[in-house]
Design a protein around this ligand. Structure first.
Ligand code: FAD
Length: 496
């Protein structure tokens, strides 16, 4: 007789493009009784991981374990969001509430794909959700990219935010001009941090508004960077940053914007056709580029010692070396023009080039997810796990959420919506009897595996000890916290 769960195997319930589940996985499928505990685990403790867990816990019996490779939780909220945007980090309070649920546990210091495999997690849990974000950066793929003085924006952001692997980056800020390749919000974050005058940073410190690392502050105090060019292949209508970040840049104390009015010719008529958020953004760009500022603003700009500008219609071709070949001294840009309309607008080279001298090149052309386990389908071109509404294609019981599900775009709010959707689908499958039932050991089995492999997970209460220590260290320098950037210090503190 067919196992009981096959009676529920029904194309109306399971998405059409998924293959029928393997019998071994499903042989014990049935509905969960009210007393049974669905054991679910989530891989990654960024916004996607925590929001997924939060929604899963709406199921009255579900237990959720969150595995995280770092010793500390919160992903890009801690290691990506700019240190002068403390209000964005308030989501940590919600995540902390989730972690305090007695049906939720955080296990840091566990690298899934290395310390424990996804098949092992699938054996131990009824369902596994992959929410491990996008940890790589997109390479430029141009000559000279490897020269000293060229950094990925990801590493630069990691450095000023205390990401352990980037803590020793020590970028050389002794040059006059920096070029950022890419025109998204990350590019503006990096430009703002590079150009923030010391007094501005000190003010933020006084108000306990920045958790930038001490090492980054030291280098920024010594920085000689006066001009930052933010370069994009396409035009003002295609920038990827948003209006809030642009406004902040325009108002950044001690700096003035440099925009070429020629880049905006004919735009006035075209912005009528674009959606409202883009219209407002382009109008602000247009005003900044073409209108004379009022007397006060003009005086402010005239006395500003630093400048930033947007260079449109330029595509990077080569990082130019210094005469001794030892480091970056400039960048060769191919001049482009646009072909096509709307979303399909492409930048094509005109054949002209322009050399821009600079001592620092930061590539901010995007983050990228990687495959962490050969058993999990992965689309290397799109950099995502192929999925249907969060169900991993062809792998029953496996789900994904966040940047690894939909690609590395969108803010925390977008990630929240997306993660709630994945959890809803998972809970529907649970309700429909589509997940393997019967008791699953959950963390007990994984703990035994980790212990046999010499891996010691870090709990949420361990994190709270680290948190208290960081907050206390920050008090001396007027910061909300001074991050422990060296994993050894964390391990020592925890006595592991
Ligand atoms: P992540 O936040 O990257 O979380 C993934 C987690 O998975 C990480 O903790 C990672 O360590 C862990 N992980 C990775 N691999 C493994 C593994 N093998 N095993 C176990 N764990 C693993 N949004 C805003 O709303 N406001 C902002 O101001 C803002 N600023 C940003 C600044 C930067 C520089 C960047 C890059 C993004 C910013 N965002 C901002 C966007 C926001 O950070 C993302 O929408 C969100 O973090 C995506 O969540 P995620 O959980 O998918 O990924």
């Amino acid at each position: 007789m067919a196992p009981r769960c096959w009676r529920w195997w029904n194309w109306a319930v399971w998405p059409r493009t998924l293959s029928p589940p393997a019998r071994s996985t499903w042989s014990s499928c049935r509905h969960f009784s009210a007393q049974e505990t669905p054991q679910i685990c989530v891989v990654g403790s960024g916004p996607a991981g925590f929001y997924t867990a939060q929604h899963l816990l709406k199921h009255p019996q579900a237990h959720v374990d969150i595995y995280e490779k770092q010793l500390v939780p919160f992903g890009l909220v801690r290691f990506g969001v700019a240190p002068d945007h403390p209000e964005v980090k308030n989501v940590i309070n919600t995540f902390t509430q989730t972690a305090h649920s007695e049906r939720c546990a955080f296990w840091g210091n566990v690298v899934v794909g290395r310390d424990v495999t996804v098949p092992e997690l699938r054996e131990a849990y009824h369902a596994v959700v992959l929410s491990y974000g996008a940890e790589d950066h997109r390479a430029l793929g141009i000559p000279g990219e490897e020269l000293p003085g060229v950094y990925s924006a990801r590493a630069f952001v990691g450095w000023y935010n205390g990401l352990p692997e980037n803590r020793e980056l020590a970028p050389d800020l002794s040059c006059d001009t920096a070029v950022i390749l890419g025109q998204g919000n990350v590019a503006l974050d990096v430009a703002r941090i590079l150009l923030s005058p010391l007094e501005h940073l000190e003010d933020l410190l006084l108000c306990q508004k920045t958790d930038i690392t001490e090492a980054a502050l030291r280098e920024l105090r010594r920085s000689r960077v006066k001009t930052v060019w933010i370069v994009g292949r396409r035009g003002p209508l295609q920038v990827a940053f948003t209006i809030k970040e642009l406004r902040e840049m325009i108002q950044l104390p001690g700096t003035r914007p440099v925009l070429d009015p020629a880049d905006f010719l004919g735009l006035q008529d075209r912005i009528k056709e674009v959606p409202r958020p883009r219209k407002r953004l382009t109008e602000l760009l247009l005003r900044t580029a073409t209108e004379k500022p009022g007397a006060e603003e003009a005086a402010r700009q005239a006395s500003a010692p630093r400048a930033w500008g947007l260079r449109f219609f330029r595509s990077p071709q080569q990082v130019l070396p210094s005469p001794d070949g030892q480091r970056a001294a400039g960048i060769r840009l191919a001049v482009t023009r646009l072909e096509g309309v709307g979303e399909t607008t492409r930048a094509v080279p005109t054949g002209d080039v322009e050399d821009l001298p600079c001592g620092l090149v930061l590539s901010s052309v995007g983050y990228k997810s990687r495959s962490i386990d050969p058993s999990v389908p992965f689309d290397p071109k799109l950099g995502v796990i192929p999925n249907l509404e969060g169900r991993v294609v062809d792998v029953p019981g496996l789900y994904c959420s966040g940047w690894v599900k939909r690609g590395p775009t969108g803010v925390i709010a977008t990630t929240m919506t997306d993660s709630f959707l994945t959890s809803q689908e998972l809970l529907k499958d649970l309700q429909a009897g589509l997940l393997p039932a019967g008791p699953r050991p959950g963390f007990a089995a994984i703990q035994a595996l980790l212990s046999s492999r010499g891996v010691r997970p870090v709990s949420f209460s361990d994190w709270e000890k680290v948190d208290a220590e960081e907050v206390s260290r920050g008090q001396g320098s007027g910061k909300p916290r001074e991050k422990l950037v060296n994993p050894r210090d964390v391990v020592r503190l925890l006595g592991h």
